[in-house]
Write a protein that binds this ligand. Sequence first.
Ligand code: ZN
Length: 325
Amino acid sequence: MPDCQHGLIADETETDDESIIGDEAHIVARSDDGPRGVSDLTPEDRDKYDNLVLLCRKHHKIVDDQPGFYTVEKLKEIKALHEAWVKESLHLDKEKEKDDLNYASYIDTIAKTFDFDSWDGWTSSLVSHGQPSIRYKKLKELQTIPNFIVSRFWPKRYEELEASIFNLKNVLNDLIKVFYKYADEGAIDKAKETDEDRTIRTRKFYKIDEWNPELYNKLSEKFDYHVSLVEDLALEMTRAANLVIEKIRKYISPKYREEEGKLLMTSGPHMDFSWKTFKVEYKTDEKKENHPYHGLKSFMTERAGRDLHYGEGVDTHYLPKRFEP
Ligand SMILES: [Zn+2]
C-alpha cells in the first residue's frame, strides 16, 4: 500500500531470526465465499506467491472488508508497482555502492600520495626559514597527483566532492609551477629517484658577486615576493585539502579523519626557536563556490582576503605570456 508506513518485518536480534509481523494476505480468497473468492483458481494456486500480498494488519483488514474497491486487478496492480519500486531501489543502491567504492579508492590514493597523516610535517619546509624547500621524493610524488586526478573515471554522483578535488589539483599545479621557477635546478638535475633525502631549495638569486645595491635591492624584493607566493600557495593548498576532507565527510564517510581532524600547518623554528601551528580554511562565503581557487592570477590579488597570507600584489612574470599587457 503506497502510503503505508508500517514495517512488515522486525529485524533479527543477536539470538533470534527476523519476525514477519505483516500478514500474508490472499488476493483471491482461499475459499470461494471469502473476499474476491469467486475465481477459477485451484485451491492450490490460491496459496502460491502470485496470489499473495504482504500487508500490515490494518491494510489486510481494509482490503478484505472493501473488496469492491480492492478488486483482484487493483491488488495485482499495487503489488506489481511495489515490486517494480523495490527492484529499482535495489538497483540504485547497487549503483551507489559501486560509485562509493570508486570514490573511496581514488580518495585513498590521493590521501596517501599527499600524505594527509603527516601534512604539517612535509609542508613545514615550504613555510619556514624564508627559503621554501621540499624533499625531492615528495615533489616527485606530488607531481603524479594532477594526472591521476584528471584521468580517473569520476562517477559524477557527488559534484561538490569532485569539484573540491579538482580545486585542490589546480592549487597544487600552480604551487609546483611557482616553486620550480626559482628552484635550485642543479639540485634537481643531480637528484636521482633513489635520493630520498635530497632537498630541493629555492635559489637565493639575490646573491650577486658585483657591488650593485640597486640590483641587489631589486632582486631581494623579487625574492621576498617569490617566497611569499610559494608560502601563500602552500596555505591555499591546505585550505583546498581541508575542503576535500569536509566533502568526503559529507558524502562518503561521516567519520573520515574523525580522530586525526583537520590538516594543520607548522612553521619554524623561528628566531626564538618556537614552532607555530596554524589552521587555515576557506571562509563560508568562499566555500559557496565549487572552485574557490580562481587560478594564479586572481589568487595573487585574492590571497589578501584569505584567513592568512604573507604576500600581496600581482607579478605577471609568473603568468603565461598571454596575460602580460
Ligand atoms: Zn498498512
